[in-house]
Ligand binder design. Structure first.
Ligand code: KIV
Length: 271
């Protein structure tokens, strides 16, 4: 039976119920219509239109260059394909950190122009005003703490965050602050498992981990990484579920061979 034959849309409340009953939340990224359709039909609960589109789709080294217009383009393509999952969209770098009015304007554009269900913002106390302002407009907000790629030039490396007590303590305080403000969930990226456990047990709202160990309330991966489309990226936390790079390479090489050998198209494939 297809997941879509009895579609009940995933909402932020349903994610909360999943945490309450101990059901893990499955999350993946998607950036276009075709991938959004496949990811949704396979039963993923939350689809993130991540600003990792900057790396994966546009080939940039970091997530910083992607624009609000580009995020809206990706998000509206995904939304059209999704029948069940909650679609969350990253507000990109430079569209919310400056002041809360700009944050609200960016979040409203994402919601209005893409049809997405929620936005995600990176950071803690530094962006509190923006988080509160966006929430005040009735837009669900997901937080993101730990390794926050929009701050990569501040960190200087993509290594594990919050190993030291001071940073871990700030992360716990930021997590509680985001919950207090009304965030519906929280991404925890690349932090020690023990800290993820502590944060997830302290919060009522669900946490979603990436490189954060087994104790988050859900897990997220970048879909191109877990499908093996992007083979160069091999962090320890990544489990590869397919080798699509090789499958696609071989299929395309076979096509080239058939065209060159005048084997494609044959009579049946012609009018
Ligand atoms: O942009 C993204 O894909 C993300 C996930 C890695 C959580 O923020």
């Amino acid at each position: 039976m297809s997941v879509h034959s009895e579609i009940k849309r995933v909402t932020t409340h349903i994610l909360q119920e999943m945490k309450n009953r101990g059901e893990k939340i499955s999350c993946l990224t998607a950036y276009d219509f075709s991938m959004g359709r496949i990811v949704d039909a396979a039963g993923v609960d939350l689809i993130l239109v991540g600003d990792s589109a900057s790396n994966v789709m546009a080939g940039h080294e970091t997530t910083l260059p992607i624009t609000l217009d580009q995020m809206i383009y990706h998000a509206s393509s995904v939304v059209k394909a999704v029948k069940r999952a909650l679609v969350v969209v990253d507000i990109p770098f430079g569209s919310y950190q400056g002041d809360s009015t700009e944050a609200l304007r960016s979040a409203i554009r994402i919601m209005k122009e893409s049809g997405a269900h929620a936005v995600k913002m990176e950071g803690g106390s530094e962006i509190k005003e923006s988080v509160v302002r966006v929430l005040s407009a009735g837009i669900p907000v997901m937080g993101h703490l730990g390794l926050t790629p929009q701050s990569i030039y501040k960190f200087g490396t993509y290594s594990v965050r919050a190993k030291e007590d001071v940073e871990a303590q700030k992360l716990i305080e930021d997590a509680l602050m985001l919950q207090e403000c009304g965030a519906f969930g929280l991404v925890l990226e690349k932090i020690p498992s023990t800290l993820t456990k502590k944060v997830s047990e302290s919060l009522k709202i669900p946490t979603v981990g990436i490189g954060a160990g087994p104790d988050a309330d859900g897990q997220i991966l970048v879909v191109h990484d877990m499908l093996g489309i992007n083979k160069e990226f091999k962090p320890r936390f990544l489990r590869r579920y397919a080798d699509l790079d090789s499958i696609m390479h071989d299929a395309i090489a076979n096509y080239v061979k058939d065209v060159k050998g005048k084997d494609f198209p044959n009579e049946k494939e012609s009018y």
